[in-house]
Design a protein around this ligand. Structure first.
Ligand code: NAP
Length: 481
């Protein structure tokens, strides 16, 4: 036992099936005999309904600040409440930048992949990417979202993936990205991965395109060990991998940050089965085991994982498992696990697992130094119903007598002026790219403001993006013809 006095953890029962499965997990933790005290706090639907805008009350935040460890049930955001889910609020508030989602073949849980000994961990970046939730309606008919990927964020998630691989004695880390299309955002994860990988020579490092990764997961999933990926890719891939091994009822997860860690099942609140005592508690019980390992209670974690295996080997099945025998209720399933604590699985030994070194977040503002930067041009997004030729003529006129030239006009990513592409469906959001005539000179703020003023006299602009060069490299995407 690690702690002489009780180790306090924050427990959020959550919504619908949440309280049922969290109660089962707490009962199992208690039965291991370790010294833990649960500080039960609320978040989710009931809090939104009470008028708490974030869905996370102050007392819950204070409890997490104190305990630094959370066992959490699924949370709902009722329709009409909150512009951010309570889950996203918790993840961003405590900057739990890494989401570990392990899945493995389990005895008695039959899937089309049974016998292939799957044992895969998705390491998902958890706070950046399209999930920053920065979205705009550019025109009444065109929406735009910002995909924010930082070098600092990539370093932290890649290091976490390798550190986890080392701690869990894994052999291989794949980095899955869409770097062939999104060269700057997804490409940043690939490049960071390729730079950091040589620091871990004992781990095999491979880059794979995300679409091929999905295909390979369906065809030959046994080739994967640890997969590190961006937020949205990871969200999708981890549901896929949980499907390979028996479904959401068996998929645990850990949200890891420097100041706090939140342990939860991958599944949601499953309203269709709530209140019936039929939900499978395995995912949250395995999440609780991850939590115990995180706080240094590795023996209790091993004990719980072994008891889950022994229970499944004994033929007991939860309602979401294939089979015809009578399914155990949530409480019966948890009681069976408790009765198997201290027993060893016939199929799998305990893992040799060291503590994971968590990459430190920085207190200073993260920056990547460059020696020379210039602004070579500017993209101005304009709402217009003019044809590309008409808008092209108008923007060419705007540039007359200035140091700027109209380089191209795009619409939905296609160049429609000057090389007019007549086959694309046009919308009322045009991207007009202006470049400095002398490419080695920098475009000044005054020149950009003067350009916007001239455009604004006859047109509606709503978004401006500087085109920069860092140390001679274009820091913007090329145009697509
Ligand atoms: P879900 O709650 O994960 O449920 C999808 C289906 O999976 C259920 O209808 C049920 O299917 C099955 N399932 C999930 N967990 C199970 C368990 N423990 N035991 C047995 N079966 C289980 O997904 P959803 O319906 O898309 O989401 C419902 C709500 O949860 C939404 O409000 C969503 O926003 C929220 N959510 C929260 C989190 C979180 O807090 N981290 C995550 C995801 C979703 P059958 O009964 O049909 O077999």
């Amino acid at each position: 036992m690690l702690f002489d006095r009780k180790r306090e953890i924050t427990v959020i029962p959550g919504d619908r099936i949440g309280p049922e499965v969290v109660a089962a997990a707490l009962k199992v933790i208690e039965a291991t005999g370790i010294n833990i005290e649960a500080d039960v706090q609320q978040a989710g639907a009931s809090c939104f309904e009470k008028g708490i805008e974030s869905g996370v009350p102050r007392e819950t935040i204070e409890s997490i600040e104190r305990t630094k460890v959370v066992l959490k049930g699924p949370l709902e955001t009722p329709i009409g409440y909150g512009n951010k889910s309570a889950n996203v609020t918790l993840r961003t508030l405590f900057e739990t930048f890494g989401n570990l989602r392990p899945v493995r073949e389990l005895p008695g849980v039959h899937t089309p992949f049974t016998g292939r000994n799957l044992d895969i961990v998705i390491v998902r970046e958890n706070v950046e990417d399209l999930y920053t939730g920065i979205e705009y309606m550019q025109t009444p008919g065109v929406a735009q979202a910002l995909k924010v990927i930082s070098r600092a964020g990539c370093e932290m998630i890649v290091e976490l993936a390798f550190e986890f691989a080392v701690a869990a004695r894994r052999q291989r880390v794949h980095c899955a990205t869409k770097a062939n299309i999104m060269k700057l955002t997804e490409g940043m994860l690939q490049h960071t991965f390729e730079e950091i990988a040589p620091r871990y020579p004992q781990i095999e490092a491979k880059h794979i395109l995300i679409d091929n990764c999905a295909h390979q997961l369906a065809m030959r999933p046994e080739q994967f060990d640890v997969i590190v990926t961006t937020n949205m890719n990871g969200d999708i891939l981890s549901d896929l991998t949980s499907g390979l091994t028996g479904g959401l009822g068996f998929a645990p997860s850990a949200n890891i940050g420097n100041d706090a860690a939140i342990f939860e099942a991958v599944h949601g609140s499953a309203p269709d089965i709530a209140g019936k005592n039929v939900a499978n508690p395995t995912a949250i019980i395995l999440s609780a085991a991850m939590m115990l390992r995180h706080i240094g209670e590795g023996e209790a974690a091993d004990d719980i994982e072994q008891a889950v295996l022994v229970t499944l080997e004994s033929g007991i099945r939860s309602g979401d498992m294939a089979g015809t025998g009578k399914a155990s209720s949530t409480t019966e399933f948890a009681d069976a696990i408790i009765s198997n604590l201290g027993k060893d699985s016939a199929t799998r030994g305990t893992r040799d697992f060291r503590a994971v070194r968590i990459p430190e977040s920085r207190t200073e503002v993260a920056t990547v130094p460059v020696y020379r930067r210039i602004v070579t041009g500017v993209d101005v997004f304009i709402e217009s119903t003019l044809s590309p030729a008409e808008l092209g003529a108008a923007m060419t006129e705007v540039c007359e007598g200035t140091s700027i030239t109209l380089h191209m006009i795009g619409n939905r990513g296609n160049v429609v002026f000057p090389a007019e592409n007549t086959t694309v469906t046009l919308v009322d959001q045009y991207r007009c790219r202006f470049m400095k005539k002398a490419r080695s000179d920098t475009l000044t703020n005054a020149e950009i403001l003067a350009l916007l003023t001239r455009i604004g006299e006859a047109h509606t602009w709503m978004h401006v993006e500087k085109l920069q060069q860092f140390d001679g490299e274009d820091a913007f995407s090329r145009t697509r013809k």
